[in-house]
Each structure stands twice: as structure tokens, then as C-alpha cells.
Write a protein that binds this ligand. Structure first.
Ligand SMILES: *Cc1c(COP(=O)(O)O)cnc(C)c1O
Length: 397
């Protein structure tokens, strides 16, 4: 995955342009900036690369998810259905707006189970937010039809899957709004950055307002601009955008390297009958940011994971025992450990977490190992790695 592995002259040049003018802010200062609009240019580039009408850059992926929800009208007391295998940003963003995260099971795609989504819909449900974890996707066609039938928004968190496609569309552009992160470990990086994409021009204008204190950005006197709505400061800086502008041009190259290395490891692991690969919905093509597979049971997965670590097979994750991405260890959410009072609605809305079991997800996450595909490996290293992984798995099955 990580674009940070490829930081070079192109990135340096874009950053130098900004340093030469000294205009670190994305708006205004037209006279001083010598024609450089890095954030604006990166938005244009994202629109072209992802084939989507509107892209709004923001400060990070968490801000992107918050913005996506806010601009489509999700707020106090609304329920948003998300998978229980995700990143903490999903529920952070929802709760930031006073809405209620409703966590449901995943299936063998490692993304939200459409049947679990259906079962969780209530009169308060406003949106479904699948999270395209580890470079692959949820079954968007089924989710879209559930959303259409129930008049719900479909918001895609594609932070971990830029460049993957579903039925000919880039992830993030299939639903009503999509989100990306360009943090340091994502496929392309700005250092810190994020983007919201949509084909809905009303949401696009809302995103422009919301991410910059509600400014309407009309005219060239910032102090005279009016505020059609309340917003926040979720702006990206020109320095961060400059890095992303260099990186986005290399997205196709990054994906093709990932695909090559992923394929070498996958073909090696496929020789072991007990290894089953993560399901990719029909019509989907992964970004190859990760290779994810299932082992026969939790015990084997734990043993293989430990043996990988001991043998220097790094960047493989067994999320079952990990605090990062799975509900099991999120005690701070289950106990609502906030620094400030939360609304009675949210408190009441999260009560289900005291008792809810995620057996189906435990079944998949318990057996899953996801391995990051790094761009900086050599072909020789990938082959050796694949051979060693096969040996370790065979020894522990
Ligand atoms: C990284 C990530 C985010 C948040 O992005 P940041 O830029 O780190 O705030 C949100 N969702 C998912 C699935 C992510 O992987």
C-alpha cells in the first residue's frame, strides 16, 4: 500500500513550488502564489483519475468521513449502519455529528454483510456506510438496492481502497458520497489529507462550505465572503496537497506494482488447500493493497501470525487480537469513554453494544490474516517472502 515508500523528486518539486511562494494556504493570496494552486489542482486530478464530478480535499480521512455525513444531512439522533470491522474513524465521525453508529456483522468479503444491514434498519436509520477494508469492497449493488428501497444514503469509506473498481466504477464513486484518506500509510499520501467525492452538485457545494467555516468562496476578498451555513476548519494545507499532487499521478503505477506482488504471493499460497482467499464481489477488482486470506480456525491463525512475526514476515495483521480495526477490543466505544458529555440519544443509542455479539464476524476475523503489499520490495524479496509464508503456514496447519 504505502505511497510514502516512493517519496522522490516529483514530490520534492511540488513542495518546493509552495515553499518558493510562501503561500501555504489553499485559498486566496492570488498575487503571491505565482499560479500555484496545489489543493485545487489535486482536486481536479482526483476528478479525472476517479471519473467523478466533484472532489473536495480536507485535512484527513476522518474529516472526510465527517464531511461526507454532514453534507448529506446526517446529524443528531440519526442512525448510521457501519461494519464492526473498520477503523475507529467511522464511529468517531458519526458521533462527532451527534449521530449513532450501529455496528453490524461482516461476511467473507471482510466488509459489511448486506443481510446484517437489512436487519439493522429502523425508522431512525439515515445512512449505510460500507468500509472497503484492505483494498477490496462491499457488495455495492446489493447495498444500493437496500438503500434505495429504504430511502437511505449510501456513503462509501474507500480510505483503504483507492484505485479499486466495482462494475467499472472506482470505489468511492458508486454511492452518494465517497471518502478517501491520504495519511502517511495509505496508497497515496499527502502526509495528512483526505478527500470527499460525489456526483451530487448540492453535496459538493456543501462540502466546499463545510470544510472552510461555511465560507461561500465567492469573490477574492475572504473577509467579505458570506457564510451560507455553519462549518468547521477541515482545510488541507498547500504543502500537504503538493505531496498528494505528485503522488496521485503515480496511482496507476502503484496499483500495477501492488498487483504484480500480490499475484506472486497469492499464487504461492494457493498451493495450500486449507488457505481460502477473501471473497471479492462479482464485478469487483481489488486495489491489491493487501492480500487477505482465511486459515482453518482461530488457533491456526494465531499460530501462523506469531510464526510470521518471529520469522520476519512483517506487515501481516491478525485483526482479531488487534486494537486497531475490530470491535472486540474497543472498550472505549463500548463504555462511551468521552472527555465530554454525550447526548442522551447517543447514550441510549449505543446501549446495544453492552450485549451485542458479533459471532459471524468473529468467525471471519478470527481466521483472517491480511498482509500489506509494499511497493518497495524487489521481485526477489517477494518470491522469497512467498516461499517462507507457504512454509510457515504448512508447518502450523
Ligand atoms: C485511514 C482510514 C480513515 C481515516 O483516515 P485518516 O486520514 O487517518 O484520518 C478512515 N477510514 C478508514 C477505513 C481508514 O483506513
Amino acid at each position: 500500500m504505502p505511497g510514502f515508500e516512493y517519496f522522490g523528486d516529483i514530490e520534492r518539486k511540488e513542495v518546493q513550488d509552495v515553499l518558493d511562494t510562501g503561500v501555504l494556504m489553499r485559498y486566496g493570496f492570488d498575487g503571491m502564489r505565482n499560479g500555484h494552486w496545489k489543493a485545487k489542482s489535486l482536486e481536479d486530478e482526483l476528478q479525472n483519475v476517479l471519473n467523478v464530478k466533484h472532489a473536495q480535499l480536507v485535512a484527513n480521512g476522518t474529516a472526510a468521513v465527517t464531511t461526507a455525513l454532514a453534507i448529506s444531512g446526517v446529524g443528531a439522533g440519526d442512525e448510521v449502519i457501519i461494519p464492526c470491522f473498520t477503523f475507529v474513524a467511522s464511529f468517531e465521525a458519526i458521533m462527532m455529528l451527534g449521530a449513532i453508529p450501529v455496528l453490524v456483522d461482516i461476511d467473507d468479503t471482510l466488509t459489511v454483510d448486506p443481510e446484517a444491514v437489512k436487519a439493522a434498519i429502523t425508522p431512525k436509520t439515515k445512512a449505510v456506510m460500507p468500509v472497503h477494508m484492505c483494498g477490496s469492497m462491499a457488495n455495492l449493488e446489493v447495498l444500493k438496492s437496500i438503500c434505495d428501497d429504504n430511502n437511505l444514503l449510501l456513503i462509501e469509506d474507500a480510505c483503504q481502497a483507492i484505485g479499486a473498481t466495482y462494475k467499472g466504477k472506482y470505489l468511492g464513486t458508486y454511492g452518494d458520497v465517497g471518502c478517501f484518506s491520504f495519511d502517511f500509510v495509505k496508497t497515496i499520501t499527502c502526509g495528512e489529507g483526505g478527500a470527499v467525492v460525489t456526483n451530487n452538485s448540492k453535496y459538493a457545494i456543501n462540502a466546499d462550505y463545510f470544510s472552510d467555516h461555511g465560507h461561500d468562496h465567492i469573490g477574492n476578498d475572504r473577509g467579505a465572503e458570506s457564510h451560507p451555513v455553519l462549518g468547521y476548519n477541515f482545510r488541507i494545507s498547500e504543502l500537504n496537497a503538493a505531496v498528494g499532487l505528485a503522488q496521485v499521478k503515480r496511482l496507476k503505477e502503484f496499483i500495477s506494482i501492488q498487483k504484480k506482488y500480490y499475484t506472486v504471493i497469492r499464487e504461492a499460497l494457493a498451493s495450500i488447500p486449507e488457505v481460502v482467499f477473501r471473497k471479492v464481489p462479482e464485478g469487483g477488482e481489488e486495489s491489491y493493497a493487501f492480500l487477505s486470506f482465511y486459515l482453518p480456525n482461530l488457533e491456526v491463525a494465531r499460530k501462523v501470525n506469531a510464526a510470521f512475526k518471529a520469522s520476519g514476515i512483517d506487515v501481516c495483521f491478525h485483526y482479531y487480537d488487534n486494537n486497531w480495526h475490530y470491535i472486540r477490543e474497543w472498550k472505549h466505544l463500548k463504555n462511551i469513554k468521552t472527555l465530554y458529555p454525550v447526548s442522551p440519544q447517543v447514550k441510549e443509542g449505543l446501549k446495544y453494544l453492552e450485549t451485542k455479539q458479533f459471532e459471524k464476524s468473529d468467525h471471519y476475523i478470527g481466521r483472517n490474516i491480511s498482509c500489506l503489499i509494499k511497493l518497495s520490495w524487489t521481485e526477489m524479496q517477494v518470491k522469497e517472502r512467498a516461499k517462507l509464508m507457504v512454509k510457515i503456514i504448512k508447518e502450523n496447519i
